[in-house]
Ligand binder design. Structure first.
Ligand SMILES: [Zn+2]
Ligand SMILES: [Zn+2]
Length: 130
């Protein structure tokens, strides 16, 4: 079972990524790509030691693949940069006051910024009246 993984995008390699980028606690960790089945395995809550040793073991959520090293080693791992501060909130939804750190799915309706659920409610109300 391969458990020493070089840096890269291919099977059996790892990449450093920023998890929860638009959430309350952005933090650096890694994604490992399974050498057996090629699935991407994010490890946002694993511990990665200074030498790249990952604990606890890394398995598949689905359990369909047998690759499950007890403590894989990320070759070439370097200490992470400091975790960034959470993004500032954007303007709140004018309808319900919801706030978010990124505006994916948000829209402008009636001259104001609306969150995704409100946009959906507005659009369905419009279409039901015709
Ligand atoms: Zn796999
Ligand atoms: Zn809203």
């Amino acid at each position: 079972m391969i458990a020493e993984l070089p840096n890269g995008k291919g099977r059996g390699q790892w990449q450093r990524v920023l998890f929860d980028e638009f959430g309350d606690s952005p933090h650096w960790s890694a994604i490992i790509r399974c050498p057996e089945c090629g699935v991407h395995l994010p490890i946002p809550n694993h511990t990665i030691a200074a030498d790249g040793r990952v604990t606890p073991s890394v398995g598949h959520p689905s359990g369909t693949c047998l690759w499950h090293p007890s403590s894989p080693l990320l070759l070439g791992w370097a200490p992470c940069p400091p975790n960034p501060e959470p993004r500032p909130f954007c303007d709140p939804c004018v309808r319900c006051g919801a706030r978010a750190r990124q505006l994916g799915g948000w829209g402008i309706a009636g001259g104001g910024l609306h969150c995704p659920p409100c946009m959906k409610a507005i659009l369905s109300a419009d279409s039901s009246g015709t």
